[in-house]
Design a protein around this ligand. Sequence first.
Ligand code: HEC
Length: 111
Amino acid sequence: MVVRYWIGFLVLALISSACSATGRSARMEKGQALFQFHCAPCHEMPPPDLLKEPPKLNGLFSSKTLPSGAPATDEQVRKVIIEGFKTMPAFEKRLKEEEVRDLIAYLYTLK
Ligand code: HEC
C-alpha cells in the first residue's frame, strides 16, 4: 500500500515538474518575441536620432541597480515598461499585464 502511494506520488511529481518546465519556456518564448518586437529596436539596434542611447538590457537583474540607479527588481522594471522612463515611451496601452510578465521572465535570461 505504502509503495503504491509513493509510486503515485512520484508520477504526479514528474508530471507536474514537466508541466511547469514547459510553462516556463513557453513564457520565455513569448517574452522573447515581445522583446524583439517592442524593445530590441531601441535597446539592441538604437536608431541614431534618439535623444539618449538606450542602455543594453543584458544582465539587468544580475546588478543590484538599473542604469538609472533605481533598484533592479521586477516591480521597478514593470513600472519602467508600463509608465515609461524619461525618454523611454510607456507601454501601458500596448502590452497586457501578462505580456509584461513574460517580458520580465525573458529579461532574466539575457546574460
Ligand atoms: C523608443 C526607444 C525605446 C524603446 C522602444 C524601449 N526603450 Fe527602454 N529605454 C530607452 C531609453 C532612451 C532609456 C534610457 C532612459 C534615460 O535614462 O533617460 C531606456 C531605459 C530602459 C530601462 C532602464 C531604466 C532605468 O531605471 O535605468 C529599462 C529596464 C528598459 N528601458 C526596458 C525596456 C523594455 C523592457 C522595453 C520593451 C518593452 C523597452 N525598454 C523599450 C528607450 C527605449
